[in-house]
Design a binder for this molecule. Structure first.
Ligand code: PMP
Length: 417
């Protein structure tokens, strides 16, 4: 392979911004060409312990054999598409079985599409158009759900202020504040089709719902006939086999999954109650897509879910994440740095600042920029992390990775401070 410097120059000629996404590594221009287990290998010979995991999908580590074999076997029999094949049936059944609560499934290619399908279904079922989402929650890159902070600090659709046009039907509220939601629902009861949230706010900084919050959201949605959608694209299969639904014991009407579901392959799903999901089959609501439920995606889903169900690696992930969080804290403390490491062992947030964060606004009190600078140094020292501060753990992280990480982290802090 060419070296990183050359790749970076060429990328900037052909890819706007040099990379496919607005989320990028900070600091060094590193390119990786291979991944195995919890490790990534750079084109210039570097070895990284991976805590980004592709923003979540590589929960089984890189190149998991059982998923590779399943995808290889399935695709060698023909990619089929737009056909009825047994893998879709088997994957749907297995998904419902491991999650425990949904009745039906529609597969999609990406999390964004699963969210779009959920919102369309909610609008069809309720005959209403409004959607409530929450500050700091990410639901994909489409205009109708992508919210971003405006210049005045309030939240609105991301296209507002950047591209012409605005979205009338999205209301973005502070999260973990049941009174605000109750008030808005009381006034907008005939207009609101859906409430959508990350049941654990992971994307902007790994904040759990406060005690009783999800229960009350559930009650309000039932009371006003609003469809409750849990976007578990990032929490699903990561914080437990049954995601946040299992963790907090609150059931939505619809939920979206992706990322960790298929062991690294692009696959996503919308799941939900039969009486809602059946609208798709009735012909009243369209949901289609050439690449949906491909043999590769469904084979990968089956292999990944089978592994997670049979091996139940969650205790190990929790143990690793807890040891890592403790280790990072101790190391920072011995360097006299006020590092804040908070969240869940399977996905946690690293920043500088105080405790007591319950929503997106209070998160802004942290020194996120200072961490962003550190992240660049960490990448230089062989830890693959993004500037946003969310670290993800895989089932492949073990004692070797823990030792390597803490050594590298200490070295990075030495060189930095
Ligand atoms: N919802 C959540 C909670 C996500 O974390 C993401 C991706 N970060 C999405 C939706 C969008 O998924 P995708 O990038 O696969 O379209």
């Amino acid at each position: 392979h060419p070296h990183s410097g050359e790749l970076h120059r060429r990328a900037n000629q052909r890819v706007p911004g040099g990379v496919h996404s607005n989320i990028r590594l900070v600091g060094p221009q590193a390119y990786v060409s291979e991944g195995r287990g919890a490790w990534l290998y750079g084109v210039d010979g570097e070895e990284y312990v991976d805590y980004l995991l592709g923003q979540g999908p590589n929960f089984l580590g890189h190149a998991p054999t059982s998923v590779l074999d399943a995808v290889d076997e399935a695709s060698r029999k023909g990619t089929i598409y737009a056909g009825q094949h047994p893998l879709e049936v088997e994957a749907s059944e297995l998904l419902c079985e491991v999650l425990g609560w949904p009745d039906m499934v529609r597969f999609c290619v990406s999390g964004t599409e699963a969210v779009q399908a959920a919102l369309r279904l909610a609008r069809a079922v309720t005959g209403r158009t409004g959607v409530i989402s929450f500050e700091g929650h990410y639901h994909g890159w489409l205009d109708n759900v992508l919210a971003a902070p405006g210049p005045d600090g309030s939240w609105r659709a991301a296209s507002a202020g950047q591209v012409p046009g605005h979205l009338d039907d999205l209301t973005v509220l502070p999260w973990n504040d049941i009174d605000v939601l109750a008030e808005v629902l009381r006034h907008g009861r005939d207009e609101i089709a859906a409430v959508i949230m990350e049941p654990i706010m992971i994307n902007s900084g790994v904040i759990e719902p406060i005690e009783g919050y999800l229960d009350k959201v559930r009650q309000l949605c039932s009371q006003y006939g609003v469809v409750l959608i849990f976007d578990e694209v990032i929490s699903g299969f990561r914080v437990g086999l049954d995601g946040a639904v299992g963790r907090y014991g609150v059931r939505p009407d619809l939920a979206t999954y992706g990322k960790a579901m298929a062991g690294g392959w692009p696959a996503a799903a919308l799941v939900g109650r039969r009486d809602l999901m059946e609208w798709f089959g009735s012909g009243t609501v369209n949901h289609s897509g050439t690449f949906n439920a491909s043999v590769m995606a469904t084979a990968a889903t089956i292999a990944s879910l089978t592994y997670l169900r049979n091996e139940s690696p969650y205790a190990g992930v929790e143990e690793y994440g807890t040891a890592l969080m403790d280790g990072l804290r101790e190391c920072a403390e011995s360097h006299g740095l006020p590092l804040r490491v908070a969240g869940l062992p399977a996905a946690f947030h690293v920043s500088f600042g105080d405790e007591g964060v319950t929503d997106y606004r209070s998160l802004q009190r942290l020194d996120l920029e200072r961490y962003q600078k550190l992240a660049g140094v960490l990448v230089d020292h062989g830890l693959w992390v993004a500037g946003r501060g969310v670290w993800y753990v895989s089932v492949c992280h073990g004692s070797e990775e823990l030792d390597a990480t803490l050594l590298r982290f200490a070295k990075a802090l030495n060189d930095w401070s």
